[in-house]
Design a protein around this ligand. Structure first.
Ligand SMILES: [Zn+2]
Length: 552
């Protein structure tokens, strides 16, 4: 039996030799006079690259690469600009984000009054009695110093059921009509793994719902999308992400409609980044029955691992922790799936050679997921399972050791310290030394591959770079400085490790002969930039498979 690694090697060699031997292929394009940071240890810097059939044909000095040019080769002088491999977002929700941008009110606003105005406006264009939906609300980003309530939403749209999801995606805010549409009253008990939040003073429902309590609303909201809506959504988000330099994205909660949307967009020439689609565990049976497993697809749309969720979120402070939240002595966060559920679903996937990815933010959740992975490996050892720990936020030394032993891949939020700094107080400075722990992972030799989790986190790779290098938030507060990594390391984890997390390290993740011509031209060199200004480095152009998908 061929190992996956051997298979990928053969596959990529075949793709190149299918037409002609490498030295006889004519380059379609040469980029020269560049400051090329390759993230290839054997050749860390280069001046020029030649591209043919969507791959790098040559990487080297101006002289050597330009010598390959023929009359048909297009040449671009980079005039000293910096080039890096295309960024890989190892955990994000592109199709879902695209749909939200298409249909919902963007509540990324700075006061409750502004949010009310936006809701009122949408309600005025929506027939009475129909749902008004919003997304990207963030309770810590408004100037009011308090969270949205059902009363705020009633005031904005008394005749419409309103449902606003939090930026983190694990909590939502609803009004009175929404409660009644979902059949929720003051006497409804909390569902397992979820909560209908209540005002601590009055004990009455306050409009906030968390974790699995949102499921009854999902059922009540008659949201329907046509096949072309999915394609449209993918087109929209793919443009947004190309502009930021993302050339590959791992969809961390994929369903069949998303897969079809990605494929439709690809066939219509509207998909400008490569997708590795982790599949929702509830859809795994159908996939197994069809004989599909991780790796199925092509270089543009590929089936990834199976995805499950163990606990709550960091940005909404529901991660399942061993020590309580600062200022809330009895609050340890929320466990979403039980160990047994994780094991039973995981075993099905593991036995069918699927990669598995489980969302686990808090240390208690990570411990539980590792226990499941360890058990699966004991019962049926696999050499290259590449278990993923989605987010893997709050760690300790023993968790890191177990991750290393398993060869698992954490996908932490790389931009959270910078962007979500104001939420860090509830975790406390001590715990922050063990959160988004890129330094600890790298020191242990773990192939950590960060993700944005967009919409919960911003997806701009330059923000992730600054956040990981400085551990400083927008307001200048430093959180967990022990976890700082260098600019070069921050680049490496965002490209090469992202490729490893999808078994594609022989195809992408560095600027190297034979790999896909996925690259980004930057306005300035991050290695020579003031660390607190990294976020401002402009993305000039993005190339995927030898084609410019964004030109600023
Ligand atoms: Zn996610």
């Amino acid at each position: 039996m061929q190992s996956r690694r051997e298979f990928l090697r053969t596959a990529s060699a075949f793709a190149l030799s299918a037409s002609l031997p490498l030295d006889r292929i004519e380059p379609e394009l040469i980029l020269y006079n560049g400051n090329i940071i390759t993230i290839n240890d054997r050749q860390p810097r280069a001046e020029a690259v030649a591209v043919a059939d969507g791959r790098f044909l040559a990487v080297g000095t101006n002289e050597k690469v330009q010598a390959l040019a023929t009359g048909k080769t297009k040449k671009i002088n980079l005039e000293g600009q910096t080039v890096v491999p295309g960024f890989i977002d190892a955990h994000t929700h592109p199709a879902e984000a695209g749909l939200l941008h298409l249909r919902r009110v963007d509540c990324d606003l700075r006061s409750i009054a502004e949010i009310q105005r936006a809701i009122r406006e949408r309600a005025s264009k929506t027939p009475v009695g129909e749902w008004v939906l919003g997304f990207k609300y963030d309770d810590t980003k408004t100037s009011d110093g308090r969270a949205l309530t059902d009363k705020d939403l009633d005031a904005a749209a008394p005749q419409h059921p309103v449902y606003i999801s939090h930026r983190g995606g694990h909590t939502a805010y609803v009004n009175a009509l929404a409660y009644s549409r979902a059949g929720i009253s003051e006497s409804t008990p909390d569902p397992q793994g979820g909560r209908f939040d209540r005002d601590p003073k009055t004990g009455k429902l306050n409009g906030r719902i968390s974790e699995r309590a949102t499921e009854v609303f999902d059922k009540a909201i008659p949201e329907s999308y046509s096949r072309s809506d999915y394609r449209e959504a993918v087109k929209l988000i793919s443009k947004m992400m190309s502009r930021a330099g993302i050339t590959s994205a791992h969809d961390a909660w994929g369903v069949h409609d998303y897969l079809r949307g990605y494929q439709d967009a690809h066939e219509a020439g509207e998909l400008s980044m490569r997708i590795y689609c982790l599949i929702h565990y509830r859809e795994i049976d159908r996939m197994l029955a069809a004989g599909i497993r991780t790796g199925f697809g092509n270089e543009w749309v590929r089936v990834g691992g199976m995805k499950m969720v163990a606990d709550g979120s960091i940005s909404e402070r529901t991660a399942w922790l061993s020590q309580p939240y600062v200022g809330r002595p009895n609050d340890f966060g929320i466990q979403v799936m039980t160990e047994q559920e994780l094991y039973e679903n995981g075993r099905k996937a593991h036995e069918a050679d699927w990669q598995i990815g489980v969302h686990a933010n808090g240390d208690r959740a990570i411990d539980m997921v590792l226990r499941v992975y360890e058990r699966l490996q004991r019962e049926r050892p696999r050499r290259n399972a590449r278990f993923r720990l989605e987010h893997c936020t709050v760690i300790n030394d023993s968790l890191v050791q177990r991750i290393k032993t398993l060869g698992a891949i954490p996908t932490p939020f790389a931009a959270y310290v910078y962007y979500h700094g104001e939420k860090m107080r509830e975790y406390g400075p001590e715990r922050l030394d063990h959160m988004f722990a890129l330094r600890s992972f790298l020191d242990a030799g773990i192939r950590v591959a960060p993700g944005s989790d967009y919409p919960p986190g911003p997806f701009e790779p330059m923000m992730a770079l600054q956040s990981s290098v400085t551990r400083t938030d927008i307001n200048g507060n430093v959180w967990g400085p022990k976890q700082r990594i260098t600019v070069e390391e921050a680049l490496r984890v965002q490209v090469l490790h992202g490729a490893y997390a999808s078994f594609e390290e022989h195809e992408k993740g560095s600027i190297e002969r034979g790999k896909f011509a996925d690259l980004v031209v930057l306005g300035r060199d991050p290695l020579h930039e003031e660390p607190l200004a990294l976020v401002k480095i402009p993305i000039e152009r993005t190339m995927v498979g030898g084609r410019w998908v964004f030109e600023g």
